[in-house]
Design a protein around this ligand. Structure first.
Ligand SMILES: *Cc1c(COP(=O)(O)O)cnc(C)c1O
Length: 407
């Protein structure tokens, strides 16, 4: 046997589906990948994994690509887990960590999902892929499609950050701006499947982006010596990151690799201008209504409706965590404050997490000595529109030294 996948499983009703052929959704809902964890347990140990190259492919047995297939890779994974003592002190936390995903190929954690999904699509014979994007997924898909030699079509809202528009084209995708939101772009991808013969790579509409995102949870566990933190702050859009991490923790527990029994509380952070999961969480519901008039500068969070809503809400509730919204008006200030305190390039989505974190500390919902991990999912320079910058000008012939001293 050259992989450890046992089967695919419909998330909504547990229907067992075969592995090894193209799959999108089941009853319009996502599909889980299930593994023979008992066999993985005897095939590999954490000590062996520790000797492997620092990429997400070090968890090869826990990924769906057959072991004898070469992955489509740009060297993604094993991002640093940075202790943030200065920012932690400002916030009143002794153990604040940032998992810095901004250092990944194409500057966001979307590369994890695309490495897995494009590798699987290529293995299964796909020649052309398409997806809607709120921004970063399009750039990552374009890059991995280029690496794999696949054709890629990307559909994005007309007001997607300019860097995302540029990068999709830079990596050779056929990219389009649509006068609507990501769900409108998703409809174009769905409607074009037959006529264009493309494979739909939308978030959670194929099973493997989730497996790539799962590696955030595997890395976090390994970097914390297999003892999970107390609380995780994660900026949530379509939900693959949150759901993937929760899946990772469950698999690691089953493998018996975790020290300490507790799972972290998951805090799903959204921007107040687009907070469907927060709304559903607060109403005690398992499915989220479409969030009307979605708008936020944290473009990765502008997902008004998500097919994996119930998977997010189940994970958040099972963890004892919550979904909470951060203020739109604090995004620029938090990007600046967190980036300048630690030298980490903090994206607007993660700025939202810091606002939620600060409020939860004030409310006593996060304790000063708890181990807190915030995911920095993307790189700040991708968001020119969100950056509150204005540099004073200097005349080279009459340098204003007073201005420099006062700066
Ligand atoms: C896509 C994205 C998110 C949201 O991630 P999901 O896994 O879809 O919930 C958060 N931050 C950034 C920078 C993103 O690109």
């Amino acid at each position: 046997m050259n992989h450890y996948v046992s089967h695919l499983e419909a998330a909504i009703d547990g229907t067992v589906l075969p592995f090894g052929q193209l799959a999108n959704m089941h009853n319009a809902r996502p599909i889980w990948v299930r593994y023979h964890l008992d066999q993985i347990k005897t095939a590999v140990t954490p000590a062996q994994i520790a000797t492997r190259a620092p990429s997400l492919w070090r968890y090869r047995e826990l990924l769906p690509l057959p072991l004898d297939e070469a992955p489509v890779t740009l060297g993604e994974g094993m991002t640093p887990l940075l202790h943030c003592a200065r920012l932690g002190t400002q916030l009143g936390l002794s153990q604040l960590f940032v998992k810095d995903e901004s250092q990944l190929p194409t500057g966001s954690f979307k590369s994890r999902g695309m490495a897995a999904a494009v590798s699987m699509a290529k293995w299964l014979g796909v020649k052309r892929v398409a997806l809607p994007t709120a921004g970063n997924a399009g750039g990552a898909a374009a890059a991995y499609a280029a690496r794999a030699g696949l054709e890629c079509f990307v559909f994005m809202p007309h007001d997607t950050p300019v860097v995302n528009q540029f990068e999709a084209q830079l990596y050779g995708a056929k990219a389009f701006r649509v006068n609507g939101l990501i769900n409108d772009c998703g409809k174009i991808v769905k409607d074009g499947a037959e006529r264009m013969g493309w494979f739909d790579l939308s978030t959670l509409k194929e099973p493997y982006r989730l497996e790539g995102k799962k590696t955030m949870g595997l890395e976090l566990a390994e970097q914390m010596q297999w003892e999970l933190p107390d609380v995780i702050f994660y900026p949530t859009g379509g939900g693959t990151g949150l759901i993937g991490m929760w899946k990772a923790f469950a698999e690691l527990k089953e493998l018996g690799w975790l020290r300490g029994g507790e799972f972290p509380r998951l805090i799903s952070c959204q921007a107040e201008g687009c907070a469907p999961i927060v709304r559903a969480f607060e109403k005690g519901e398992r499915f989220a209504d479409l969030f009307p008039n979605a708008h936020t500068v944290a473009s990765g969070l502008r997902v008004p409706v998500a097919v994996g809503d119930f998977m997010m809400l189940d994970a958040i509730r099972a963890s004892g965590g919550k979904a909470a919204a951060g203020s739109e008006s604090k995004i620029g200030a938090w990007m600046q404050r967190a980036s300048s305190a630690e030298g980490i390039s903090v994206c607007p989505e993660t700025a939202v997490c810091f606002d939620v974190l600060e409020r939860m500390i004030a409310a006593g919902e996060v304790k000063p000595d708890e181990r807190v991990v915030v995911f920095n999912t993307g790189a700040a320079p991708k968001y020119l529109e969100a950056m509150p910058y204005a540099l004073p000008a200097l005349d080279k012939d009459r340098v204003d030294w007073d201005a420099i001293v006062r700066a």
